[in-house]
Write a protein that binds this ligand. Structure first.
Ligand SMILES: Nc1ncnc2c1ncn2[C@@H]1O[C@H](COP(=O)(O)OP(=O)(O)OP(=O)(O)O)[C@@H](O)[C@H]1O
Ligand SMILES: [Mg+2]
Length: 366
């Protein structure tokens, strides 16, 4: 049974840990990613256009956009792998190439399969550590953090996608960086892997790090990120909390059925409400009224002696909200496909069908 001494020891350890943590991050506290007018043209293609936003520490920031929106291009520019046509991308106030020890300032996972296939997980990380002046002891530490200790000696070429993603994360964490960038980290993973990575990113943010993670799925981001930067066709669409984005994007409406539908319609429209037909479903014709509450409609119906069979508040699904917000900014339309004309679920299904094979796999997994 632990005596009082061990309790004190435990406290000391915690204090020591906190001290070393804040020491480690001193001078980096509040490290941020700052984009100002960031622009990238590939010939005639404007991949990224005039992007200005800031990614802050202490929370996961989702970087959301449909396929081809410019997420990877933006991340590559932040990491100095692509040269901006105009504008700047700064980490802790400096462009990437001016950072003294880049791996200790920024960790990134862009492509999990970028590993020498005949090198073991441990050898891969040891090579990275050696080339960045990072202590070798850190290699086994990060392998443990991502749960790869048992396969550390195995060749990375034989790793499953989930294991490769974990190895990529280990590489990103090697320099214990304050800033982390992950490009579609859950792409192709099974639900368990998705949950693990989601929690992992949230933990890193809770430690005070700056975490930017891209995705083309709002439903995934809604569960992972507290803040959302949304882009479409290289342009900024929204920069707000995830909650605000969802509330703003998902239109509240009320579905209503009545045996006196014509009478109800004229009462509602004469009270300034926008009414549309909901088509003939299995439960008969219905109306959908946007921007009002079920109380508003119930009161009007009661006052006019109209019987109601159904009075159901509705909220658009997350992906419907995303489709509406990115609207014309979706790059890969199917033939004859007009996102504005399609219903939300149709639109999501069609976009998924048009996505590159690697993305369709994820859509299926979810
Ligand atoms: N090296 C390149 N040369 C030419 N065009 C490019 C290059 N890289 C990206 N693009 C174009 O820039 C645009 C943005 O691409 P990017 O890969 O950044 O989008 P993304 O949001 O990451 O998409 P996805 O969700 O499919 O990964 C696309 O039109 C793409 O075709
Ligand atoms: Mg990409």
């Amino acid at each position: 049974m632990p005596g009082p001494g061990s309790v004190i020891l435990e406290d000391d350890r915690t204090r020591h840990f906190l001290l070393t943590r804040s020491d480690r991050f001193s001078g980096m506290l509040g490290a941020m990613i700052e984009l100002r007018g960031l622009t990238k043209h590939y010939g005639q293609t404007a991949a990224v256009q005039d992007l200005t936003f800031t990614v802050r520490p202490g929370l996961v920031t989702g970087f959301l956009g449909p396929n081809g929106a410019g997420k990877s291009t933006t991340m590559r520019m932040i990491l100095g792998l692509d040269k901006p046509t105009a504008g700047t991308a700064l980490i802790n106030g400096k462009p990437y190439h001016q950072l003294d020890h880049p791996l200790r300032a920024v960790g990134a996972l862009l492509d999990a399969k970028w590993v020498h296939p005949n090198r073991s997980a441990r050898a891969h990380l040891q090579w990275m550590a050696a080339s960045n002046d990072i202590a070798m002891s850190r290699v086994d530490e990060v392998l443990r953090l991502v749960g790869l200790s048992e396969v550390a000696g195995k060749n990375a070429g034989g790793f499953s996608l989930g294991m490769s993603q974990r190895l990529g994360l280990a590489g990103a964490l090697l320099g214990d960086p304050q800033v982390l960038l992950f490009d579609e980290p859950v792409n192709g993973l099974d639900p368990e892997g998705i949950l693990w990575i989601r929690r992992f990113m949230q933990r890193l943010a809770a430690e005070g790090r700056t975490v930017l993670v891209s995705s083309h799925l709002l439903s995934e981001m809604a569960q992972t990120a507290e803040h959302l930067v949304v882009i479409g066709k290289g342009q900024l669409i929204s920069d707000s909390t995830t909650k605000e984005f969802i509330e703003r994007a998902s239109e509240a409406s009320v579905r209503v059925r009545s045996p006196q539908l014509d009478q109800l319609r004229s009462v509602l429209t004469s009270n300034g409400m926008t009414v549309r037909e909901d088509g003939e479903g299995t439960d008969g014709p219905a109306l959908v009224v946007a921007g009002v509450t079920s109380d508003d409609i119930g009161k009007l119906a009661g006052a006019n002696d109209i019987t109601l069979f159904e009075l159901a508040p509705q909220r658009a699904s997350l992906e419907e909200a995303f489709m509406r917000m990115t609207g014309g900014a979706v790059q890969y339309h199917g033939e004859g496909f007009d996102s504005a004309g399609a219903t939300g679920s149709e639109a999501v299904a069609r976009v998924t069908t048009q996505a590159p094979a690697s993305y369709t796999a994820m859509g299926g997994a979810l």
